[in-house]
Design a protein around this ligand. Structure first.
Ligand SMILES: Cc1cc2nc3c(=O)[nH]c(=O)nc-3n(C[C@H](O)[C@H](O)[C@H](O)COP(=O)(O)OP(=O)(O)OC[C@H]3O[C@@H](n4cnc5c(N)ncnc54)[C@H](O)[C@@H]3O)c2cc1C
Ligand code: FES
Length: 278
């Protein structure tokens, strides 16, 4: 398929039926469905999921199999995600995508730092990295034990001897008490890493970025901004001179240095106004 035809096909809405729904935590459910266009999606890419009569929202791809079985993990936070949580197997949803770039697949010693549903693309990435890594440390953060996501999935993707999972909870109900960033500085003091991958709340990623700069480690971060069109037209996702939907959502440390004044500090609302990050 020519590039322009591929782009049109990617941005064309397809309808499909929900194949399964799995409860991951009190607020997060994983949905699977079939979509051929997303079959070759890469870790870091996202899709737009349309909930008929409600809204269309961006979601990271949690898994994409060659047979077109796609998964996304959805946290209930508002109207659209609540409507999705109410959906049952067999009900119709719409899909556009996959959109955006993806994480580069590095070899060697890898550190992943994720929070909340930011762990979804990290799990997908760890599957693709499994044969390349010599060491994988994954720091997974959540508010409480119940909200820690994909701990078992992450453990299973890479050889046991090469993997270490470190959980952090804000209330101390499991693992280290504190934020996902709490153990990161100690790890960077002790060990050398070839790459840090991070995804989750932007303030968390900013802290990880600052530490990566301090210790001189390469980093890639997947950013979440308000998204409407997903194809670089509406401008709601901009950070500095970048459209996150098109030139991201994965950014390198070099790119993040250029947008330091906004990264982890402010975002645009749907009217294009700069507002502080909550
Ligand atoms: C690239 C990308 C990947 C994402 N991946 C996931 C994921 O894997 N799992 C997941 O649960 N969530 C993910 N999100 C966030 C998800 O899109 C929002 O939680 C969802 O749009 C909220 O919709 P709502 O109607 O339920 O809530 P609302 O009440 O409308 O909004 C709640 C909050 O969600 C955010 N939000 C609302 N609309 C959008 C939008 N169109 N684009 C971005 N953020 C929005 C805002 O911060 C808002 O304050 C991702 C967002 C982006 C940009
Ligand atoms: S979401 Fe419209 S330009 Fe990125």
């Amino acid at each position: 398929m020519k590039l322009s035809a591929y782009r049109i096909a990617t941005n064309t809405l397809r309808t499909t039926r929900i194949l399964s729904v799995k409860t991951e935590s009190p607020t997060v459910r994983t949905f699977t469905f079939k979509d051929r266009q997303c079959a070759n999606a890469k870790p870091g890419q996202f899709l737009m999921l349309w909930i008929p009569g409600v809204d269309e929202i961006p979601l990271s791809i949690l898994d994409a199999k060659e047979n077109g079985i796609i998964s996304v993990a959805i946290k209930k936070v508002g109207e659209a995600t609540q409507a999705l949580h109410n959906k049952k197997v067999g009900e119709i949803i719409g899909i556009r995508g996959p959109f955006g770039n993806s994480f580069t697949l590095k070899e060697g010693r890898i550190l992943m730092v994720s929070g909340g549903t930011g762990t979804a693309p990290m799990l997908f990435l760890s599957k693709k990295l499994a044969s390349r890594v010599t060491r994988l440390i994954s720091v997974i953060g959540a508010k409480t034990r119940d909200e820690l996501l994909f701990m078992n999935g992450m453990k299973k993707t890479v050889d046991k001897e090469k993997t270490q999972i470190i959980a952090t909870t804000e209330d101390g109900s499991y693992g280290i008490k504190g934020l996902a960033t709490t153990p990161v500085e100690r790890l960077l003091e002790k060990e050398k890493f070839d790459m840090i991958y991070t995804c989750g709340p932007e303030q968390m990623m900013r802290k990880v970025f600052d530490l990566a700069e301090k210790y001189g480690v390469a980093l890639e971060a997947s950013l979440e901004r308000l998204m409407r069109c997903a194809v670089g037209l509406c401008g709601s996702c901009v950070i500095g001179g970048y459209c996150v939907c098109k030139e991201g959502p994965v950014f390198t440390a070099e790119q993040l240095r250029e947008v330091k004044n906004e990264f982890g500090v402010s975002k645009r609302d749907f009217d294009g106004r700069k507002i502080p990050l909550e």
